[in-house]
Design a binder for this molecule. Structure first.
Ligand code: BGC
Ligand code: CA
Length: 343
């Protein structure tokens, strides 16, 4: 008897779905077949690395359109570093029925509004570059993160320093006061940014693990900014002068800012200057020998992964085999080292 009731209920459900939902389902499916609207929210449109990712994303979308014939509409907004502005931009994309959002969140700890709004409208969100804590990403099964294997970027900065100092007179070349240690200054990205925290820690620990002793002369936050880094470096040079043997910068723009100050100061020889990102200008500085090296933060790879994931979520396309979605949530791209030897 109980079984029979359940059977009837099941039949009713199936019937209801077939009659009630079939029209809207096929309409929906055909709409999705033809086009997808992706809203991209950058924390700050003037950030060098972020603008590179955004450009690469737009290019990848154009290429995908050509390859598949699906119309991919990408709209990009920047929040000028303000979370309340970004919240409004997200709400606007959702109100305008965008299918997927890619969010480079301003404040990694201020996620409630965006997650709540997206969840109630059933719009998946791919966060990128600025990583939410796991508990926030676990609040809904349509939240994702695309970024880099950040720990490796810090470790590779350390490896660059170790490689430079490994030659016959390597250490002697940079240990100018001959005390057997590298005196360093650290230029940090934004306070609380996972890449700043991790690179600051792992770059130094990797150098030490390579058997090189270090002494910290200073660390300052320069918010990923070339101009701010130049100012901080200038102040250090006034105070410490030639005592600085190594400049570790959490990104290339800050490394280049340090070089601007070093040039202005007339430092000769230059200390080792190391960054992260692999921006064209930094690669050129490596080539010219003013920067000791950089670590490529794969903007193109991250942009492509994000686009493939967006299409997978919005159109049901398969993810390419080389894109690994870990824990159904994370895609992390590897880094590579750029030094003068491997031009
Ligand atoms: C990059 C920085 C960039 C920051 C923005 C980092 O991963 O290395 O250059 O400013 O992300 O969130
Ligand atoms: Ca020294």
């Amino acid at each position: 008897m109980e079984k029979a009731t359940r059977g009837i209920a099941l039949c009713l459900c199936v019937l209801l779905c077939l009659s009630g939902c079939s029209g809207s389902f096929s309409e929906d499916a055909s709409r999705r077949d033809r086009q997808i609207k992706i809203g991209v929210c950058a924390y700050d449109q003037f950030d060098t690395f972020i603008s590179t990712i955004v450009e690469a994303f737009k290019n990848a979308a154009k290429q995908k359109e050509l390859d598949t014939g699906i119309s991919i509409n990408v709209e990009v907004v920047g929040a000028g570093g303000k979370q309340n502005v970004q919240n409004d931009q997200v709400a606007d994309f959702i109100d305008r029925e965008f299918d997927i959002l890619c969010v480079n969140i301003v404040d990694r700890t201020d996620t409630t509004m965006i997650i709540d709004k997206a969840k109630s409208a059933d719009v998946p969100v791919i966060f990128f570059n600025r990583e939410l804590v796991r508990e926030d990403l676990e609040r809904w099964d349509k939240l994702y993160y695309v970024g880099a294997e950040t720990i490796r970027s810090g470790i590779m900065q350390g490896e660059i320093v170790a490689r430079l100092c490994s030659g016959e007179d390597g250490m002697a070349l940079y240990d100018r006061n001959g005390d057997g240690k590298l005196q360093y200054v650290m230029l940090e990205g934004e306070a609380g940014h996972q890449d700043a925290l991790i690179r600051t820690e792992y770059s130094v620990s990797a150098i030490i693990e390579e058997g090189i002793q270090v002494e910290k002369l200073g660390n300052e936050i320069a918010n990923w900014s070339r101009a701010q880094a130049q100012t901080k470096m200038k102040l250090w040079l006034e105070k410490l002068g030639d005592r600085i043997e190594l400049v570790l910068a959490n990104n290339d723009d800050m490394a280049l800012g340090a070089l601007d100050a070093l040039e202005e100061y007339g430092a000769d020889p230059l200390p080792i200057v190391v960054g992260v990102d692999g921006t064209p200008e930094a690669k050129q500085a490596v080539e010219e020998g003013t920067m000791g090296g950089t670590v490529v933060n794969d903007a193109e790879g991250q942009a492509k992964a994000m686009l493939e994931l967006a299409c997978h979520l919005g159109l049901g396309t398969e993810l390419p085999e080389d894109i690994v979605l870990a824990d159904d949530t994370y895609i992390r791209l590897p880094h590579t080292i750029v030094m003068k030897e491997n031009k």
